[in-house]
Design a protein around this ligand. Structure first.
Ligand code: GRF
Length: 217
């Protein structure tokens, strides 16, 4: 596919957005960010965009008569700039039809748990409270459900007995910053084949990537 044009959606801190920009600037990811849209005026992601001279836009969902119109506007802004892949980098909303229809299997999200476990908010807290021994993060294509789309890459994190939501979140975030750019790289190399809800990665022996950090001994 060559250089892939990205449209990023974020609501907050934007560390995943930063990780993607860093990989691009290091020449490790053949992509360019055409536009960052935030739905929260105070999102720190905007500061990051400014620092890297990336075009950014704040759209207030409350200013649109319906959520559908909000998402139509987003898709219009991305299309105008030739966006090929939409990246949800900490975007705290369920994506509605107009955007899904404009970018079928062209929207990726990162979730801080091993889906289908613990979808929705506070995946790390849910994992700690449930007492699972492994959690992690998932990059998936977005469909109309809540964190239900075809899974592209997952990375696992073993839980320590004294883990808290904060300590687990920190370790998971480290891996988020690795697998999100990696998923975009695979997309840009045309290596993601979606069959039903299964994503096959061409050139991989296993169906996807498995990273466990720290390794299980
Ligand atoms: C991350 O934990 C991500 O998995 C979730 O929202 C958080 C966003 O963090 N979807 P950041 O804004 O990228 O720092």
């Amino acid at each position: 596919m060559g250089r892939v044009s990205l449209g990023i959606l974020a609501s907050g801190r934007g560390s995943n957005f930063q990780a993607i920009v860093d990989e691009i600037e290091a020449g490790k990811l053949n992509a360019s960010v055409k536009l960052l849209i935030v739905d929260n005026a105070g999102a720190y992601a905007r500061e990051r965009a400014k620092r890297h001279s990336i075009e950014h836009l704040f759209l207030d969902a409350e200013g649109f008569p319906t959520k559908e119109e909000f998402f139509s506007r987003i898709s219009e802004e991305f299309r105008k700039r030739g966006v090929q892949l939409v990246v949800l980098a900490g975007f705290m909303r369920v994506v509605r039809r107009p955007l899904l229809d404009a970018f079928p299997l062209r929207i990726m999200n990162i979730h801080p748990a091993l889906l289908p476990c613990f979808p929705g908010l506070h995946g790390q807290k849910q994992a700690v409270e449930y007492g699972v021994k492994l959690s992690g993060c998932t990059v998936h294509f977005v469909d109309e459900g809540m964190d239900t789309g075809p899974i592209i890459i997952q990375a696992a994190v073993p839980l320590a007995p004294d883990d808290t939501e904060e300590s687990l979140s920190e370790r998971i975030l480290e891996l988020e910053h690795k697998i999100f750019p990696e998923a975009i790289r695979l997309f840009s190399e045309g290596r993601l084949k979606v069959e039903g809800r299964v994503v096959r990665i061409t050139g991989h022996r296993v169906n996807g990537e498995a990273i466990v950090n720290p390794p299980l001994s």
